[in-house]
Ligand binder design. Structure first.
Ligand SMILES: Cc1ncc(COP(=O)(O)O)c(C=O)c1O
Length: 375
């Protein structure tokens, strides 16, 4: 949701002549670092970039295995491949949709180096169980917090449990900068590596080389990537972040309204929020009880789209996509819970910009389509 202050800030950035990585990126990093209470925050072009650099920073090498949930966006697994590792997929819990600790244990081999838990839809993973497994088996953890800016588990913020936490500010996310991402860590070495790798592998603070302090030489210390965030992007983030609470409260109200409105329908609504946790309410995922309904999930989506209501599927499990089937030999049947969800899930609108009227429109459309289709 874009508001007037960020429009003015982008305009001001365009007029300032400093469009690339500069003071606004630095300010956004500081704001996010403070919000999370981490030692370091490195702004990047995307969460995918943050995940990729995290894999390199923690030392994933060819032949290393990294455990990844199959119910996620493909980039969680792709990041492992880009670093030369092998993603080892795991099933999720059917209720929480988060990675199942039991299945993590089954997938650990002598080659396993790390786990990437994804706080799915904004619900925290069972971090007690995951941290225990990691400690026992000497594994690194990188949290995929693409959905989890506001998420907390037992009083601790998502992204601060592990070696590195990776966030997304893509257009649909709770805080957005168009494209954008952030990596946070308390580890000085990881922070340094990510910062340098994200800008061609140039020596520290190379973005300052065109600044007011006179020209400075840079030195290439790694074969890095072009993953830096621009000031134009950060111009959005520095105004969005202070509104994080307000937006969260609005999404929570919409979430509660949907729960109430669909309680008597042949639909599965999201599991209740667990005690002593904060759900980021990033996605409201309805599961259609397709065993008892005469309408398919895809037909339901078409009917919603025909009413001009945006819907999405989060996600078709990673192992069901051709690349993963062909490359790693995964097949339907390998992860029954994730498949069960993949076949039934539909995300309905959950933006803070929805008016009460919009929300009732969504409620009415869902109830009408499902009731008309019948059991
Ligand atoms: C779970 C998850 N991980 C990673 C990403 C990648 O984020 P980005 O688009 O910022 O690269 C997404 C994006 O939707 C996501 O949903």
């Amino acid at each position: 949701m874009v508001e007037e202050p960020e429009i003015k800030e982008v305009e001001n950035t365009l007029r300032s002549c400093w469009l690339g990585t500069g003071p606004k990126v630095h300010r956004f990093e500081e704001m996010f670092r403070e919000y999370k209470g981490s030692a370091h925050a490195m702004a990047l072009y995307s969460c995918t970039a943050a995940l990729h650099l995290s894999m390199i920073a923690i030392g994933i090498n060819p032949g290393d295995e990294v455990i990844v949930p199959t119910l996620t966006f493909a980039s969680t697994a792709n990041a492992v491949i880009h670093a030369g590792g092998k993603p080892v997929l795991t099933d999720c819990d059917r209720e929480t949709m988060n990675i199942a600790p039991d299945d993590i244990l089954r997938k650990i081999t002598s080659k396993t180096k790390a786990i990437i838990p994804v706080h799915f839809a904004g619900r925290p993973c069972n971090m007690d169980a995951i941290m225990n497994i990691a400690q026992k088996h000497n594994l690194k953890i990188v949290e995929d917090c693409a959905h989890a800016v506001e998420t907390e588990y037992h009083g601790k913020k998502a992204g601060t449990f592990s070696d590195i936490g990776c966030f997304s500010f893509y257009v649909t996310k709770n805080i957005m900068t168009g494209e954008g991402g952030m990596a946070i860590t308390d580890n000085d070495e990881y922070a340094d590596r990510i910062k340098i790798l994200g800008l061609h592998g140039l020596s520290r603070d190379a973005w300052k080389r065109f600044g007011d302090e006179g020209y400075k030489h840079y030195y290439v210390v790694y074969a890095g990537f072009k993953y830096n965030m621009m000031d134009i992007q950060a111009a959005l983030g520095i105004h969005q972040l202070p509104r994080v609470e307000r937006y969260w409260e609005r999404r929570q109200r919409i979430w509660n309204r949907y729960n109430e409105a669909f309680a008597d329908m042949p639909l599965f609504t999201p599991a209740p929020v667990e005690p002593n946790t904060i759900h980021a309410y990033h996605l409201y995922t309805l599961l259609l009880d397709t065993d008892n309904l005469k309408i398919t999930r895809d037909r339901f989506m078409s009917e919603m789209a025909a009413r001009n209501i945006g819907v999405g599927v989060h996600y078709i499990a990673v192992h069901l996509h051709p690349y993963y089937e062909q490359t790693f030999g995964y097949k339907r049947g390998d992860f029954p819970n994730a498949e069960w969800i993949s076949e039934r899930t539909v995300s309905i609108p959950l933006s803070p910009k929805l008016t009460d009227y919009d929300v009732e429109d969504v409620v009415e459309a869902v109830r009408f389509i499902i009731t008309k289709a019948g059991k």
